[in-house]
Design a protein around this ligand. Structure first.
Ligand code: IPD
Ligand code: CA
Ligand code: CA
Ligand code: CA
Length: 255
């Protein structure tokens, strides 16, 4: 199947899972603790992942799947087609706020960030694109954000990192025009690709980063690890997604 055909079918799947999730929120679901009371998983996370993985296997049977809640494959390399799935991103917001969460899927082809999909469920907005076609919100193409510097930008910095104050992040926060935190990597990535935020600095797992990295790169934004500088989606860690100027300003300050 052509990549563009896979893309169209995954877009349809994202609308399908949006409707299912909205329906599921009207019913009861279980909430469990994973590693602590700050780290939740619900039956909706698990059901979404099972459904997404099952449908992705129908769309692209030879692809491997990396996903958060354990229904994916043991993927050791990015050879061939690899889907990376976050079935609910911002589970804490899903449970506590019933908003500000996303569903994310990405397709990497031989390690190349190829298509990204971030569904803002409550706003009914699908951010998608890649593979040289541009980035769209639903059917509308979006422009690359202005290349603002740190002084003129709002920044999102991971809450834990802000509390610890490691890597000199407080200086980054001081110099930015303002600091924001939304509690969903997907929503925060949307804010960077639309230019509402100049940079996003956070500890990210593959499923937190994969889709946003495709969209950010497609728009000429920079995605860098603050230590080793280039990001491997399989082992991503402390990552900065930002305009070129914000990247220069932040990398000068962090250590
Ligand atoms: C989390 C959210 C949160 C980020 C965490 C992620 P999850 O994803 O994106 O904003 O700070 O690092 O784990 O667990 O809700 O999918
Ligand atoms: Ca989680
Ligand atoms: Ca996540
Ligand atoms: Ca998740």
């Amino acid at each position: 199947m052509m990549l563009s055909e896979i893309d169209q079918r995954v877009q349809n799947l994202m609308w399908d899972i949006q409707k299912r999730t909205l329906q599921r929120m009207k019913e009861s679901y279980d909430v469990d603790l994973k590693t602590s009371y700050k780290d939740l998983v619900t039956t909706v996370d698990k059901e979404n992942e099972q459904y997404l993985n099952q449908q992705l296997r129908k769309i692209d049977p030879s692809a491997q799947i990396i996903s958060e809640e354990g229904y994916g494959d043991r993927v050791k390399s990015l050879n061939g087609h690899v889907f990376i799935v976050d079935p609910i991103d911002g589970t804490m917001n899903f449970v506590m706020q019933h908003r500000n969460f996303a569903i994310m899927v990405a397709l990497y082809v031989d390690g190349k960030p190829t298509y990204g999909y971030i569904m803002d469920v409550m706003n009914g907005e699908l951010y998608h694109g890649g593979n040289g076609t541009g980035v769209f919100v639903n059917d509308r193409q979006i422009n690359a954000p202005a290349n603002n510097n740190l002084h003129d930008s709002l920044m999102v910095v991971n809450a834990g990192l802000t509390i610890d104050g490691g890597h000199n992040v407080r200086e980054v926060e001081r110099q930015a025009r303002g600091l924001r935190m939304y509690g969903s990597a997907g929503i925060e990535m949307i804010y960077v690709v639309t230019g509402r935020i100049g940079g996003y600095l956070s500890y990210l797992k593959p499923w937190d980063l994969a889709a946003g990295m495709v969209l950010a790169k497609e728009l000429g934004l920079v995605v860098k690890g603050i230590d080793e500088q280039s990001v491997d989606v399989l082992s991503s860690n402390l990552v900065l997604v930002a305009t070129k100027q914000v990247t220069d300003d932040v990398l000068e300050l962090v250590n």
